[in-house]
Design a protein. Structure first.
Length: 186
């Protein structure tokens, strides 16, 4: 059991959704002047909402990408709210949005300093080139995530599909760093 408890914060949840039908993005842009739609620059329409504070990209194929949520449930609520808004604006939507979380980004603090020079040779599946980037890049197999580890004891975990994967990965890494005497507390 590590000497300190890692403080973990979910920063961003990216989810994809599909409503299995074509969407007339020009009609959406006319109904909602607040959306961003510049088809000559990007084929998707950006639909922002304030609660939960997210941005949902909508494509004419009916596919959507929601970013900015702080949890899987929040991204689900955001997509449902966007679909509800589209219906209110006269866009006929037949099916329910099928949603899948594809990436969770979290930050964490371990409460101690990490010896990155020793960690790179001990951890395996890691890369550390301080001239290029100040963090060690660690590819964990189980759960399958990538963790950026900084000498300050701060981490960025990316690639998780569930919030539990984030917590499991950070706790597992914290234990490894302690077992291998790679983390020091002041």
């Amino acid at each position: 059991m590590p000497k300190t408890k890692a403080i973990i914060t979910i920063q961003n949840v990216v989810a994809t959704a599909t409503i299995n039908q074509k969407v007339d993005l020009n009609a959406v842009a006319k109904s909602y002047p607040g959306v961003e739609y510049r088809p000559e620059q990007f084929p998707g329409l950006v639909f922002r909402i304030k609660r939960p504070k997210t941005a949902t990209l909508i494509f004419s194929s009916g596919k959507m990408v929601c970013t900015g949520a702080k949890s899987g449930n929040e991204s689900r609520r955001a997509v449902m709210k966007v679909v509800k808004e589209l219906k209110k604006g006269g866009i006929i939507i037949i099916s329910k949005a099928d949603l899948k979380v594809v990436n969770i980004v979290a930050s964490a603090s371990l409460g101690g300093k990490v010896d990155l020079e020793k960690a790179v040779s001990t951890l395996g599946k890691s890369m550390y080139e301080p001239e290029q980037f100040p963090g060690l890049v660690y590819r964990m197999d189980e759960p399958k995530v990538v963790i950026l580890i900084f000498a300050s004891g701060s981490l960025v975990c990316t690639g998780a599909k569930t919030e539990q994967d984030v917590y499991d990965a950070v706790h597992k890494l914290h234990e490894i760093l302690e077992e291998q005497n790679l983390i020091f507390y002041e």
